[in-house]
Design a binder for this molecule. Structure first.
Ligand code: NAD
Length: 490
């Protein structure tokens, strides 16, 4: 793992244009989840630092320069993207070390693809419909011309998880800044360096005025988030994380009637219709283990026609047992460790619960051969009923469940019988049949016969308790905008 040492982590936060230590002087350990070794230190901020960041963001928004100058915004975001591109090799190894991400993913959703996609929101600054002329309307004999104007919401608190830190951080920060908001980014305690890396690049390589973009880090998962969600100077909370914390943030933001935008958990289903080619389809079930299943949109319930169930279980078992996993810096591995010991224990607890509730453990279920690192084996459960805990709750680990169904209606019923509604998949020999089932799923995205919905212009988000609002695409861009209607005498 020698290459992993080739990055230069940023321990400081970005507040009001300055790279700073925590006001308290405290710092905390950043741990490599694959080795359990301390990688280095990060500023351990608290409410005092959050207070300064919010004050700076508020001032930078209220002075109007950033909100009012689209060309300044475009230039700064292009500078930021260029700086990311120039430093992406360092980021690659940092992400492997800090997030336990498989190196392979850093060429895609943990790195290069995301940096390439960063062009998209910035390009919208030029072609977004910032104003719309509604023409003349006669109201009680008074003729008026109306113009609809889109304006930034104000100060955005962006609170993010650890699983795909660059993707989630940028999916919030870029559209928020492109639309003229100012931002306080609070990353997860386990992956602070991804955010402080962005802070350093913004401070050293862009013309962003002080206060426009701030990054505050902390070992305490909740303190700064609690501050941001209650502070009246914050106008919008953009949150990605668990449904439990999202629910809490929504309630807490109610006192100041903040806008809340929530990207939450999932328990997505992949439906294999009875005409599907099982030998071609089932190997893809193992992709649910990518990054140890730590993806909100992974399909962790595979629904299989009852009369083909046994064959599907055998094929899924073969795919699970042949998956390359282990050291995330090995480019052949698709799966590394979980992020921390707490998550590992949580996932192992779900595995025990699955067995206790009568599901059949087909393969995996333990920690595997590694002496160090927060690993859990790729784990496959068969004979799962949709009422079992392992089918209902988000495990956020490498635990795949196979559920039998009777016919298409039954499959749709089971898929939709969930508190969540984030993603899904359908496989069939007939594209039309797969599409018609996909359209019946109550979920924000669906892949049909291996089709991929993910792209910078694809809106992404959840139905039901998977969230509120959409990230990315024009819908995601618009989340950061207010709407004002002007009336002129005509
Ligand atoms: P989490 O909810 O524990 O934490 C997310 C963020 O919220 C972290 O920055 C954390 O420090 C912060 N936080 C914790 N308590 C808080 C509080 N009281 N007030 C304000 N902020 C608080 O989630 P996690 O464990 O970091 O990430 C895993 C979860 O994220 C999973 O549920 C996963 O499905 C979800 N996720 C969703 C998406 C999506 O787009 N829908 C994407 C990635 C991850």
């Amino acid at each position: 793992m020698a290459d992993a040492l080739q990055f230069n982590p940023e321990a400081r936060m970005l507040i009001d244009g300055e790279l700073v230590e925590a006001a308290s002087g405290r710092s905390y350990d950043n741990i490599n989840p694959a080795t359990e070794e301390v990688l280095g230190q990060t500023a351990d901020g608290d409410s005092e630092d959050a207070e300064r960041a919010v004050a700076a963001a508020r001032r930078a928004f209220d002075d109007g320069q950033w909100a009012g100058d689209r060309q300044l915004r475009k230039r700064c975001l292009e500078q930021l993207r260029d700086a990311m591109e120039a430093d992406k090799e360092a980021l690659r190894w940092q992400t492997v070390a800090e997030a336990g991400s498989p190196l392979q993913l850093t060429w895609a959703a943990q790195g290069d693809t995301v940096i390439e996609d960063a062009r998209w929101p910035t390009a919208r600054i030029d072609d977004f419909e910032w104003e719309r002329d509604l023409g003349v309307h006669d109201f009680m004999g008074m003729k008026s011309r109306r113009v609809v104007v889109r304006e930034p919401v104000g100060v955005v608190a962006a609170i993010t998880p650890w699983n795909y830190p660059l993707q989630v951080n940028l999916a919030k920060v870029l559209p928020a800044l492109a639309t003229g908001n100012t931002v306080v980014l609070k990353p997860a305690p386990d992956t602070p360096w991804n955010a402080t890396w962005l802070g350093r690049l913004a401070a050293e390589h862009t013309d962003m005025p002080p206060g426009v973009f701030n990054v505050v880090t902390a070992s305490d998962p909740a303190e700064i988030g609690e501050f941001l969600t209650a502070d009246p100077r914050v106008d919008l909370v953009s949150f990605t994380g668990s449904t439990a914390v999202g629910r809490h943030i929504m309630a807490r933001s109610a006192d100041t009637v903040k806008k809340v935008f929530l990207e939450l958990g999932g328990k997505s289903a992949h439906i294999v219709l009875d005409d599907a080619d099982l030998e071609a389809t089932m190997p893809f079930a193992a992709f649910s283990f990518v990054h140890a299943g730590q993806g909100c949109a992974m399909t962790m319930r595979w629904l299989i026609p009852r009369d083909r169930y046994q064959q599907a279980v055998e094929l899924a078992q073969a795919a699970t047992e042949s998956l390359a996993w282990g050291d995330p810096s090995d480019p052949s591995n698709l799966m590394g460790p979980l992020i921390n010991a707490r998550q590992r224990e949580r996932v192992l607890g779900y595995i025990e619960k699955g067995k206790a509730e009568g599901a059949r453990l087909v393969t995996g279920g333990g920690r595997g051969p590694h002496e160090k690192g927060y690993y859990v084996e790729p784990t496959l459960f068969a004979d799962v009923d949709n009422s079992m805990t392992i089918a209902r709750e988000e495990i956020f680990g490498p635990v795949l469940t196979l559920l039998p169904f009777d016919d298409d209606d039954d499959a749709v019923r089971i898929a939709n019988d969930s508190d969540y509604g984030l993603s899904g998949g359908v496989s069939s020999a007939s594209l039309e049949r797969a599409e018609s089932v996909a359209r019946r799923l109550r979920t924000g995205t669906v892949g049909i016969n291996g089709g991929m919905w993910y792209a910078p212009d694809s809106p992404f988000g959840g139905y039901r308790q998977s969230g509120l609002g959409r990230e990315m695409g024009l819908e995601g861009f618009s989340e950061y905008l207010e709407t004002k209607t002007l009336g002129f005498p005509a």
